[in-house]
Write a new protein. Structure first.
Length: 934
RNA sequence: GCCGAAGUGGCGGAAUUGGUAGACGCGCACGACUCAAAAUCGUGUUCCUUCGGGAGUGUGGGUUCGAUUCCCACCUUCGGUACCA
């Protein structure tokens, strides 16, 4: 029998299996975690980022954040709050669809199986979720409202005068009475200027197309990674070296008409809102960079011998006299017109290679400078010089105007480009740090030279003056630019929300609200059609009223997750996505815990939708998450065996250097404390059936390394196995004990014994040698009260700063101290049991009921901390001499300073280190330290 | 490249506001109990040392009576990424 199993069979004292089963069914039967609106209590909303239910099930890394949020939920509840702590599933997504393509099984079916598995695993850990509030984004009664929100976005425009979204009706009224000359709106760049007469004379189709330019969700040409062989669009990370990661087929950049979200309308408000929420500065900084607000100026250059004009956006108008070339993005539509006949071939060749590189690729390859001359020139608006126009792939079509003025003396990318193609460089700044070839180069240093009217000015003043001159000349104006782009919202996939849109004469028409949800149809295969349409093209009769074709693409994964936090408040509501009453009570999320990989995706989109729904009066809050914590990743600890090359012989870790070996991953579940279970290894794979071993001390020692936890590296640890062997309470404590929530750290099952021992020690405080429950009603003494109250104090402080690892060690210290005092007094153990209950809910429920309570410990009150019990009247000062600790002296806290100094100097140790000299200074920091400077 | 985070014993980590570096736990060693083992309990455990001490929180500088903590430069690892003019 396995040593571990044997060990647990003998552990009869604390029977976690029975206790955990008992209390999990008690909570279920008694609806302990049922959440209701209760105006008599303050509300607290704790949310986990809901998981995507993958086929592999949960590994020990997943519950880390869930355990932390569960502790906070329980802590808040014990402190008198009404807590909403729900869980659900982000159930639409690619892996299920990929699996469906491979196996032909309906993704709904596999998703459902995966959800059941996840739920079972989550229930085993003893979370305080109210499962009645569960949501699944792929359920029609949920995505009905995702579609409904989409329709609200479709029926809205962004009025910049009011700085909020409004109904499209208000826009139509203005267009009919005034045209659009006075409208300030977030709209397409190519929106034409029209009068009221124009509008009123428009056909229905013309009106529809104009309105699309204003709607908050709209159809737009976007460039995508198109893979003809797979018949589908790929994400950036699915493309490498111009080939699809899956299958290695060629990928090309292709323009495609797709649904987009006008998130850019909210750029400023998304930026401003960051100042009002309690997220880490790091995360806010990431979002600020993502939004990327920059102040600059547009400048228009006339193209030589042509009517064409090139308009660039620059944040450095001051450097205009340093412009020695112009660059334009390879995919820019003006490229053709700018190319002269003799450059046609060169340009065509260049574009052919450049256009199929994804933006990600262009970025990761900064060292290669590439470009081609168009043959055309612009005229410098101030100097009238002739300036060549180049095409270069470091310029992106999607940002600014897709064109850049090249200033090699002030911009490092421009410099790299100019020196590569031997384009002249004109310095426009002089002074310290203005040499671009130097590592200490600072683009905003120095004063202007070679710059006509700006000569002698510092950079910031020069920018202002240049902008003014540009405006006076009528060739540009001060402008604010955002990095943020509108978000592509369509996916050429099956397993997502269908758009509630059908087409009449190419005009997208919204489905009437009362016909929602538009249910995802059945298809015969989850692949694109022969004509390259998305899978929904296979659904027969996928038409509105059997006549008008529905949209064939589906919504992206982030659609359902952008608003789910509100659905939990009122998950069964058939009339609204959330009732006013529920939303006004629960407001928004007080604490949100999840991975940092969502920093700029999910967290940006849900802020956008929340602001939109707020504008349209559907919500009373305009930010979804007040406080956010990113939990770190739990990494895997892989184990290795070493095979002597070309043989079936494996050599133990410390002897491997004597041989020519190959390291192979071995399943961590057949390794205990780096010692391989040889029999299990032989049975692990037929390849190792005849393996032989070179052992050390009779054991085979494995190597180890910290890597990502992944099935393919055989280092996945399943929480079910841990719960089976140690119990859920131990798992919960150990995950917290591992280290700070926000940091990444490796999982090593071996260390779990420590917390397991702690729980047994805790149990023994309440039990006698024969495991009979035994607590005393005797009054606690000062020493015991001091231990209790310093523990309460620290426990509260630790939850306040989400420091759960120190919290667990705090409990260990307390239990160790009480054990050595042999304290079994109710006055101490009862409050201690309450403060541990958020961490280890099962064992504490059991002890609570053994103490005679009939109700759940969840309905208890958190003990009050009393300063009185931990006050001290003396302090043992560490005494340093020149900053080095030499001795300790105990002082009463009310002793006068002179008396302290006298006694410090009188100390033998201090005398020795002074060796007759006078001390320069004696530093006494009350209750901290004494430092004698010699 | 850019943005963000992190580097502390054999290992996970602690030190909350510039004040005793290594709490707590794992591992290891020794001891008690035991016929024996497991469990349990106890002691020790940063490194070097001539046993006086000395060195030490990724590296090199700096500020300070005092730096894991603050400043400058660099190195390494991880996460994100849309070359943002």
């Amino acid at each position: 029998m396995h040593a571990l199993t044997l060990y647990y069979l003998k552990m009869a004292d604390y029977n976690f299996k029975e206790i955990e089963r008992k209390w999990q069914s008690y909570w279920d039967a008694n609806q302990t975690y049922k959440t209701r609106i209760d105006h008599s209590k303050p509300k607290y909303y704790v949310l986990d980022m809901f998981p995507y239910p993958s086929g592999a099930g949960l590994h020990v890394g997943h519950p880390l954040g869930y355990i932390a949020s569960d502790i906070v939920s329980r802590f808040k509840r014990l402190n008198g709050c009404n807590v909403l702590h729900p869980m659900g599933f982000d159930a639409f997504g690619l892996p299920a669809e990929q699996y469906a393509i491979q196996t032909g099984q309906h993704p709904a079916k596999t998703t459902d199986q995966n959800i059941s598995r996840y739920k079972e695993q989550l229930l085993n850990i003893g979370f305080s979720y109210d499962w009645d509030t569960e949501v699944q984004t792929c359920a029609p009664d949920y995505y009905k409202w995702t579609q409904w929100i989409f329709l609200q976005l479709f029926e809205s425009w962004y009025n910049q005068k009011e700085d909020r979204a409004e109904s499209i009706e208000t826009l139509i009224r203005i267009l009919a009475s005034d045209g659009n000359k006075n409208i300030k709106a977030a709209c397409d760049e190519d929106t034409p200027l029209i009068t009221a007469e124009d509008w009123n004379g428009y056909s229905e189709q013309e009106k529809a197309f104009l309105l699309l330019k204003y709607r908050l969700t709209y159809l737009a040409e976007t460039t995508v990674n198109w893979c003809p062989a797979l018949g589908t669009v790929l994400a950036n990370d699915e493309v490498r070296d111009g080939l699809s990661v899956r299958g290695g087929h060629p990928v090309e950049r292709k323009k495609m008409k797709q649904w987009s979200m006008r998130i850019t309308a909210y750029a400023d408000r998304l930026l401003e809102g960051l100042n009002r929420i309690d997220w880490t500065e790091a995360l806010k900084e990431m979002q600020r960079n993502w939004i990327g607000k920059s102040f600059g100026c547009s400048v228009t250059f006339d193209v030589l011998d042509s009517d064409l004009k090139m308009t660039v956006f620059t944040t450095r108008a001051d450097t205009i006299f340093g412009v020695t070339f112009m660059t334009i993005a390879p995919e820019h539509e003006m490229v053709d017109q700018l190319t002269t006949p003799d450059q046609k071939n060169a340009v065509r060749d260049y574009i052919e290679t450049a256009k199929n590189r994804s933006e990600r690729e262009r970025m990761s390859d900064v060292k290669t400078v590439s470009g081609v001359f168009t043959g055309s020139y612009v005229i410098h608006p101030f100097s009238q010089d002739k300036i060549p126009i180049w095409i270069a792939d470091y310029v992106l079509a999607a940002y600014g105007t897709g064109m850049v003025m090249g200033v090699p003396s002030s911009d490092t990318r421009d410099y790299a480009f100019a020196s590569h193609f031997k384009i002249p460089i004109i310095p426009v700044q002089e002074g310290a740090h203005t040499d671009i070839t130097n590592p200490d180069f600072d683009p905003k240093a120095g004063t202007m030279i070679n710059s006509d009217f700006m000569n002698g000015l510092p950079v910031t003043e020069a920018i202002e003056l240049a902008t003014k001159r540009v405006e006076e000349k009528g060739i540009g104006e001060a402008q604010i630019n955002f990095r943020l782009r509108d978000a592509v919202f369509g996916r050429q996939r099956y397993w997502g929300e269908p758009f509630p849109i059908y087409y009449v004469n190419e005009i997208p028409i919204p489905l009437p609200e009362d016909e929602l949800p538009l249910i995802l149809p059945e298809v015969d295969a989850y692949l694109p059609t022969e004509t390259g349409d998305p899978p929904l093209g296979r659904a027969s009769e996928w038409k509105y009223n059997e006549k008008y074709p529905y949209e064939l693409s589906t919504m992206p994964g982030w659609a359902g997750s952008s608003w789910y936090l509100f659905r939990y408040m009122d998950p069964k509501n058939e009339k609204e996505f959330v009732s006013k009453e529920a939303q006004e009570y629960w407001q928004n999320v007080d604490l949100y815990i999840g991975g940092s990989e969502h920093a700029t995706g999910h967290l940006m989109y849900s802020r956008f939708w929340t602001k939109f729904l707020y504008d349209r009066g559907f919500l009373s809050v305009d930010e979804p998450f007040k406080k956010l914590i990113n939990q770190g990743m739990i990494q895997g600890r892989s184990n290795f065996v070493y095979r002597i090359k070309g043989t079936d012989q494996f050599v133990s870790y410390n002897l491997k250097d004597d041989h020519d070996v190959q390291a192979l991953h071995v399943d961590v579940n057949i390794v205990d404390n780096d010692i391989l279970d040889i029999e299990a290894f032989k049975n692990w794979s037929p390849d190792f059936k005849n393996a032989t071993f070179i052992l050390e001390d009779g054991k085979y020692i494995c190597g180890n390394e910290v890597e990502k936890m992944s099935k393919s590296l055989y280092n996945v640890v399943n929480p079910d196995v841990i719960i089976e062997n140690y119990g859920a309470d131990t798992l919960r404590l150990y995950e917290m004990f591992l280290g700070p929530l926000e940091q990444s750290k490796p999982w090593n099952t071996h260390g779990i014994d420590g917390v397991s021992k702690f729980l047994r020690k805790f149990w023994r405080l309440f039990h006698d040698k024969n495991n009979q429950f035994n607590i005393s009603e005797e009054k606690a003494n000062d020493q015991e009260l001091k231990i209790l109250h310093k523990t309460i104090k620290k426990a509260i402080e630790d939850v306040d700063r989400y420091s759960f690892n120190t919290s667990v060690s705090n409990f260990m210290i307390c239990v160790n101290e009480l054990s050595s005092l042999k304290c079994n007094k109710r006055e101490i153990l009862e409050p201690l049991n309450i403060i541990i209950s958020p961490y280890a809910p099962h064992i504490t429920e059991e002890l609570w009921s053994l103490m005679g309570y009939k109700d759940s410990i969840m309905n208890a009150s958190y003990p009050e901390y009393n300063e009185m019990y931990i006050q001290e009247d003396s302090f043992e000062y560490p005494v340093s001499i020149n900053g080095k600790l030499r001795t300790r002296i105990d002082f009463n806290l009310d002793i006068p300073r002179e008396e302290m100094e006298r006694r410090i100097l009188a100390s033998e140790v201090v005398q020795k280190w002074l060796s007759g000299k006078e001390p320069k200074k004696i530093i006494i920091v009350p209750r901290k330290i004494i430092n004698v400077v010699v």
